[in-house]
Design a protein around this ligand. Sequence first.
Ligand SMILES: [Zn+2]
Ligand SMILES: [Zn+2]
Length: 336
Amino acid sequence: MRAARLHAARDVRIDEVPTPDAGPGEVLVRVRAVAICPSDLRLYQDGHASGVVPDHPMIQGHEFSGEVAALGEDVDGPPVGTPVAVEPSWHCGKCDVCLAGHENLCRNIVFPSFPQRDGALAEYIACPAFAVRALPQGVSFVAGALIEPLGVGIHAVRLSGVRNGQSVALLGAGTIGMCVMLVLKARGIDRIALAEPIEARREWPRALGAGPIAASHQELLDAGVEADVVFECSGDNQAVEQAMRLARPAGRVVVVGIPHPDQVTFDSTIPRRRELTVIFSRRSRGTLEEAIELIGTGAIDMGALPVRMYALEQTAEAMEATAARPGDMLRAVVEP
Ligand SMILES: [Zn+2]
Ligand SMILES: [Zn+2]
């Protein structure tokens, strides 16, 4: 099969590699859409992910959908040809952390596209059957690929414990910020203040009824915003303190974005005097059913997310477009 493999930083080549088999307990998926996540950029740009260096030319991509191509022995569905979404966080189900219900933090977690496991920027990928679900009728492969970031949003909202009637502030209107917002709105929470520096990215949340909407957290503070729950979705390492500044006393801050650079500093008097609860959210767990239901019932329309399409040969372009953060695109989507 053809695969886009990263040989070194910014060196993506289309290689012919062996097509994987559907092993026991696995489903072989013919990949149809892969959304490029900003978290893919670290490996692409730096040649390592927070210090972890691939031991082989890596196939990246973890936000994907496709069709069932084959079933491993002891797997009885979905039938070959079924359009499917995949939750790319593959836990062991046996370790103490899994048994405590925190499968996303599994001690033996396998995450396709994180070194050393290959991801989905290829014609085929073998996935554990428990991570594969049929897409509802009429849901596109692009929307199917975006079920992963939607799951990240669902998980963050669940962790936050946010209740109806509470106020929310959001930093960052990229894909993850918008997924958090869509989940909040689907739950009837609509007092959402938002800060996003890229002007074009403020239009969609405005159309969804967020407000006030500003270019920076400081503008929100100047407008008197003080939220029960603040979601940091920008991935800016300075935004962790900014989120704390927007939280009301006894409020909560959920850090969903991956701070870049990794080191975060903040004035401890802010969370200390306000007795804030600060939660770091990690990917998602058990969100596939809810994500598929929200999309299938039309409660959330992932098709509204502005995307640009690329062929597999254009994977490097899709990565570069993601790095450039244009206002009119939230995800570059590769069709292998
Ligand atoms: Zn992602
Ligand atoms: Zn485990």
